[in-house]
Design a protein around this ligand. Structure first.
Ligand SMILES: Cc1ncc(COP(=O)(O)O)c(C=O)c1O
Length: 376
C-alpha cells in the first residue's frame, strides 16, 4: 500500500528544537526577549515599521477591529471566500460583516463588487490574500480612499507574498499574519500584526496586554502601577513560540522557494488534466495552499469535485476544499448576502498536498491520481 501524503507537514530543525529547549531552561516563558527579537526580525523581513506578536491571526484581526473602534451599526466588507475568522473578528466587536464576492480566477475579493456594497455605515474593508496570492491592493486602496474606509489586510496565508516586488507589510497600513501549522512558518498557534502607523501600534500593543500602558517601572519608580488606558485582552505570544519562530523565519525564503517549485511541478503535470483549473500564479505567490478548481462548465461539477476528492482520499492523499464561503455557514447563513462565485469556489475547489519537503515522486503520484479520477 502507498504511504500517505499529507496535505501539510511541519518541519522543525534540530536548532529550532534546541532554541525552544533553551527558553524552557531559561525560566522566562511568556512574552519576553524572544518575542522582542521575533518582532524585530519580522518587521525587518516585511519592511513594516512595527510588528506585534499575538497568540493567533484571529487575535490579530480582533485587535485590529477593536483598535479601529468597530461597534454596533458599523459595516465592514470582507471577502465571501475566506476562513470564518475574518468575519468573526468584525461580529465579535458588534459590527456587521458584509460579504463581497470574489474573482474566481484568483479566489480574492472583487473590488468592483466591494464598491457596490459601500453604504453610509461602511467603515472599513478587509482584503484577504487568500492561499498566499496577493489581493488587488491598488484597486482596494482606490476604493478605500474614495469612501474614507480603513484597510486591514488579512495576510494569514501571505507571509513572504509579494505584490509588484514589495512584500505584504511593507506598504500596509495594518496587516495580520498567522503561524498556524498550515502556514509558511509555524509556532503551533501564533500571529503577528504589522503596521506603519506608530500610534495604531501603541494601541494594539496595549490591547494585546490587558489594556496596559507603558509600565512606569521601565521609565521611573518601580513601585508605581502601570496605567490601564484601555480595556484589553491577553493575546500575547510566548517566548517558547517566538524562539521557534525565529529559526523558522530564517528559513522562510528557502521554504517559499521549495513551495514554489512544488507548485511549478504540479502546474506542468496538470496542464492537460481535463476539467481541472490550476490556481493563478504570480510573482510572488507564496503558495500557502495549492488550490485547484473543477471547471464550473462541467456537468455535475460539484459531484465531480467530490468524487475526485474521494479518489484522492482512497489513494491516501490529503485534500480539503479550498476554504469556506462563510455567508453560508452558522450564524451568517440566515442573513448574509449571496456571493455566488464564492459559493462556486467552496463547492468546486480542492487543495492538494503542498509543503516544503514534498518530493517530486509524491507530486507525480498526486497528479497521476487526479488524471485517472478526471478521465472517468
Ligand atoms: C484567511 C485566514 N484568516 C484568518 C485565519 C485565522 O488564523 P489563525 O488560525 O492564526 O487564527 C486563517 C487561518 O487559517 C485564514 O486562512
Amino acid at each position: 500500500m502507498n504511504a500517505p501524503i499529507p496535505l501539510a507537514k511541519v518541519q522543525f530543525t534540530e536548532s529550532e528544537i534546541n532554541a525552544v529547549v533553551a527558553v524552557l531552561r531559561s525560566g522566562w516563558v511568556t512574552q519576553g526577549p524572544q518575542v522582542a527579537a521575533f518582532e524585530k526580525a519580522l518587521a525587518e523581513y516585511t519592511g513594516a515599521e512595527r510588528a506585534l506578536a499575538v497568540s493567533s491571526c484571529t487575535a490579530a484581526l480582533h485587535l485590529a477591529m477593536k483598535a479601529w473602534g468597530v461597534g454596533p451599526g458599523d459595516e465592514v466588507i470582507v471577502p465571501g471566500l475566506t476562513w470564518i475568522a475574518t468575519a468573526n473578528a468584525v461580529e465579535l466587536c458588534g459590527g456587521k460583516a458584509v460579504f463581497c464576492d470574489i474573482d474566481l480566477a484568483t479566489f480574492n475579493l472583487d473590488p468592483a463588487h466591494a464598491e457596490s456594497l459601500v453604504t453610509p455605515r461602511t467603515v472599513g474593508i478587509v482584503p484577504v490574500h487568500l492561499f498566499g496570492l496577493a489581493a488587488d491592493m491598488d484597486a482596494v486602496a482606490v476604493l478605500a480612499a474614495r469612501h474614507g474606509l480603513w484597510i486591514v489586510e488579512d495576510a494569514a496565508c501571505a507571509l513572504g507574498t509579494e505584490r509588484n516586488g514589495r512584500r505584504i507589510g511593507e506598504g500596509s497600513h495594518l496587516a495580520c499574519f498567522s503561524f498556524h501549522p498550515r502556514k509558511s512558518i509555524t509556532t503551533g498557534e501564533g500571529g503577528m500584526l504589522v503596521t506603519n502607523d506608530s500610534s495604531l501600534a501603541d494601541t494594539l500593543d496595549s490591547l494585546r496586554n490587558h489594556g496596559a500602558g507603558v509600565s512606569p517601572s521601565a521609565t521611573g519608580a518601580a513601585h508605581e502601577m502601570a496605567p490601564f488606558p484601555n480595556v484589553g485582552f491577553n493575546y500575547r505570544l510566548s517566548d517558547i513560540q517566538a524562539a521557534l519562530a525565529l529559526g523558522q523565519l530564517g528559513r522562510l525564503e528557502e521554504m517559499i522557494a521549495a513551495r514554489r517549485a512544488c507548485a511549478a511541478r504540479y502546474r506542468e503535470l496538470l496542464a492537460d488534466c481535463p476539467g481541472l483549473l490550476p490556481p493563478a500564479d504570480a510573482d510572488r505567490h507564496s503558495y500557502q495552499s495549492f488550490v485547484c478548481l473543477i471547471d464550473p462548465g462541467l456537468p455535475d461539477a460539484h459531484a465531480r469535485r467530490n468524487s475526485v476528492m474521494a479518489a484522492l482520499t482512497a489513494a491516501r492523499i490529503g485534500t480539503r476544499p479550498g476554504t469556506h464561503a462563510p455567508a453560508r455557514l452558522g450564524c451568517y447563513a440566515a442573513s448574509a448576502q449571496e456571493t455566488p462565485r464564492a459559493f462556486l469556489a467552496e463547492d468546486l475547489s480542492l487543495a492538494l498536498p503542498l509543503f516544503a519537503g514534498l518530493t517530486d515522486s509524491e507530486i507525480d503520484r498526486v497528479a497521476e491520481t487526479l488524471h485517472a479520477a478526471l478521465r472517468v
